[in-house]
Design a protein around this ligand. Structure first.
Ligand SMILES: CC(C)(COP(=O)(O)OP(=O)(O)OC[C@H]1O[C@@H](n2cnc3c(N)ncnc32)[C@H](O)[C@@H]1OP(=O)(O)O)[C@@H](O)C(=O)NCCC(=O)NCCS
Length: 181
């Protein structure tokens, strides 16, 4: 069993409350939130997000941080919310510090986390949703083997505005292998 997702070049582990400041350093930037429903403004908002992952219930969200061994800073996160232990399904989410965009980190993290979800959690479906303009994220998903299923209308509030999303999913056996798999 794969105990943690493996992303070459990073230490990957579950987020701790102590990671809040390091994650907030980029998670609260406008360009990171632009294409998401995130409302995080402060370190405390990010801490609350991490706190929700610590509840220990079957459907509790999961968040992994990718820490640079050199700087000990959180460079990216990947995790799951909207988990249904009964159905064996979850929704993946990820972000990367803008200073590290375009290096393949989201692709590697998404791929590793999806494989972990199927191997360690035995899920049957991992879904992903993106707002229509988030083409960068859509390309990440497609590189990882996710398939676009369709448009879900008014799916989430994005800063108060009901917003349409593309729905993607991947099922066991479909995750695209990466160069290190
Ligand atoms: C969307 C987001 C996660 C993408 O992160 P990223 O690490 O820059 O993504 P990647 O580097 O894996 O892919 C982006 C580009 O890098 C390129 N790339 C460079 N080296 C690569 C490698 N070794 N492997 C894969 N792609 C690589 C890809 O070709 C890709 O280019 P393309 O989109 O033109 O095809 C990031 O922009 C982000 O955090 N956005 C804000 C939060 C967000 O939108 N989250 C997702 C919500 S659905």
């Amino acid at each position: 069993m794969t105990l943690l997702p493996q992303v070459p070049g990073f230490t990957v582990r579950p987020a701790l409350l102590e990671d809040a400041a390091s994650w907030a350093r980029y998670a609260c930037l406008p360009e990171v939130k632009e294409h998401t429903s995130s409302t995080a403004m402060t370190v405390d908002d990010v801490k609350a997000e991490i706190q929700r992952t610590l509840a220990g219930e079957p459907n509790t969200p999961i968040r992994f941080v990718l820490v640079s061994p050199a700087s000990e800073l959180v460079i990216a996160t990947v995790g799951f919310h909207t988990i249904s232990a009964v159905s064996g399904t979850a929704e993946i989410a990820y972000d990367v510090a803008p200073s590290h965009w375009g290096l393949g980190i989201a692709t590697a993290a998404c791929r590793a986390a999806a494989r972990w979800g199927f191997e360690a959690k035995a899920w049957h479906r991992i879904q992903a949703t993106t707002v229509l303009p988030n083409v960068r994220s859509q390309r990440v998903l497609e590189r990882c083997g996710f398939k676009r299923e369709g448009l879900v209308r008014n799916f989430r509030l994005v800063r108060g505005q009901p917003t349409d999303y593309w729905m993607y999913s991947v099922i066991p056996g479909e995750v695209q292998r990466g160069p290190h798999d």
